[in-house]
Design a protein around this ligand. Structure first.
Ligand SMILES: Cc1ncc(COP(=O)(O)O)c(C=O)c1O
Length: 407
């Protein structure tokens, strides 16, 4: 039947007929978890431990008792949640958004990301995608018939976007720039000057920017987190994608939201019921409670700031591993080219340390020879640190074999 499918979908593999090495496809990591492996390959803070704050639990329990969540909200999201989001956008993002015209709640930001791109892309359109970046950024373009065009991010530039590389990738078919900011997997926070150059580029060439800010909540070292939608000329040509999964550790709620100018949003509102349905009513109630509780993010910030330092100390001490200090979030990005291919090294870590990590290739051509490790896993820090040292131990063995380390 694949022959009857479009070439946009038919290359997809869910692991039913061939093995797929992605942790989040098909049964993926599920079987390994059952076998006692630590999964540090899902960008899911504190996974697999419970992380619903008490304040949120109370609100959700009361909502269940009231019976209200048995029914749909409007497909664009509950008015209550959109109101809370508008407040958050004003105080934290510097974005003035009308909750009835500029905000759309989505069932997770993954669906929001694809939906944000759908109105703009036609067969053959080109989308500039920083490389490495979130695998969906490449895959979603292909699903929509568009062509993702890699814009390399270099370690020596701190993985910042290079305006000259954007210009070099531009063609008459370029329609969109798609960024994750902060970037997954490098954790890079694009700086104001970089984003201003990007904004000038987008405006000058009449492009659309889709900016995924799923990882915006924990930016370290006092680095400024700029939302590109606030830059001159960008509000009317940017769709910004947000999530409660990463910063608030509530991935299981499946709540994300899109923010855009009302001329874009009118179309997205128009298709919301048939494309997205509506987001879980109970989850929207929980997400609103979490966004209102101003104690959650600072508490997680301290934990994750410590974790990134511990992870960096453990991994970067291994000869042959190169790693920059993560600027945000929960992800470590390791250059392990001196030790082997990502497939070899991740298989060795799985065998020796009993930890599943991500191979770099799905993050783009620049991901070859790299690993992504989700150091923000586990509530219990001793468990996290134990996993870091098992991984580091496994890497040391390879280092020794490669004669980078004395036997
Ligand atoms: C950069 C980025 N954006 C979006 C998502 C999707 O998150 P969710 O659908 O849980 O909101 C992910 C998940 O890993 C991600 O890494």
């Amino acid at each position: 039947m694949r022959r009857l499918m479009t070439p946009r979908f038919s290359p997809l593999e869910g692991g039913l007929f061939s093995s797929v090495s992605k942790a989040d496809v098909g049964e993926g990591a599920g079987e390994l978890i059952k076998a006692g492996v630590d999964v540090m390959a899902w960008a899911d803070p504190f996974f697999p431990d419970p992380s619903i704050p008490a304040s949120v639990q109370t609100v959700m329990a009361e909502a269940v008792a009231s019976g209200l969540p048995s029914h749909y909200t409007m497909p664009i999201g509950s008015a209550d949640l959109r109101g809370v989001i508008a407040g958050k956008l004003g105080t934290r993002n510097g974005i003035t958004a009308d909750p009835s015209r500029n905000i759309l709640v989505t069932p997770g930001s993954d669906s929001g990301l694809l939906y944000a791109m759908m109105p703009f892309l036609e067969q053959g359109d080109e989308v500039l995608v920083p490389d490495p970046s979130y695998p969906s950024n490449f895959a979603n373009c292909r699903l929509l018939g568009a062509v993702p065009v890699s814009v390399p991010l270099r370690a020596e530039d701190g993985y910042q976007l290079d305006p000259a590389a954007l210009e070099a990738a531009l063609t008459p078919r370029t329609k969109m720039v798609l960024i994750s900011h902060p970037n997954n997997p490098t954790g890079t926070v694009f700086r104001r000057d970089t984003l201003e150059a990007l904004a000038r580029f987008v405006v000058a060439h009449d492009l659309i920017l889709v900016c995924d800010q799923a990882f915006e909540d924990h930016v370290f070292d006092n680095i400024e987190m700029v939302s590109p939608a606030t830059l001159p000329g960008m509000w009317e040509r940017t769709v910004t994608v947000f999530s409660v999964s990463k910063g608030l550790g509530l991935s299981g709620f499946r709540v994300g939201y899109l923010v855009a100018d009302d001329r874009i949003m009118d179309v997205l509102y128009g298709g919301a019921v048939n494309v997205l349905g509506a987001t879980s009513t109970l989850s929207q109630i929980g997400a609103a409670a979490a966004l209102k509780d101003e104690t959650i993010l600072p508490a997680y910030f301290d934990i994750l700031d410590r974790r990134r330092r511990l992870a960096h100390a453990a991994f970067s001490a291994v000869p042959g591993v190169r790693m920059q200090m993560p600027e945000s979030g929960i992800l470590s990005w390791l250059d392990i080219r001196a030790l082997g291919t990502a497939t070899e090294v991740s298989a060795h870590i799985l065998r020796t340390a009993r930890v599943l990590v991500n191979e770099g290739e799905p993050y783009g051509a620049e991901g070859a020879g790299h690993l992504r490790i989700v150091h923000g896993c586990f509530m219990d820090e001793t468990r996290a640190v134990d996993a870091y040292s098992r991984i580091a131990g496994a890497l040391q063995l390879l280092s020794r074999d490669s004669q980078l380390l004395p036997a």
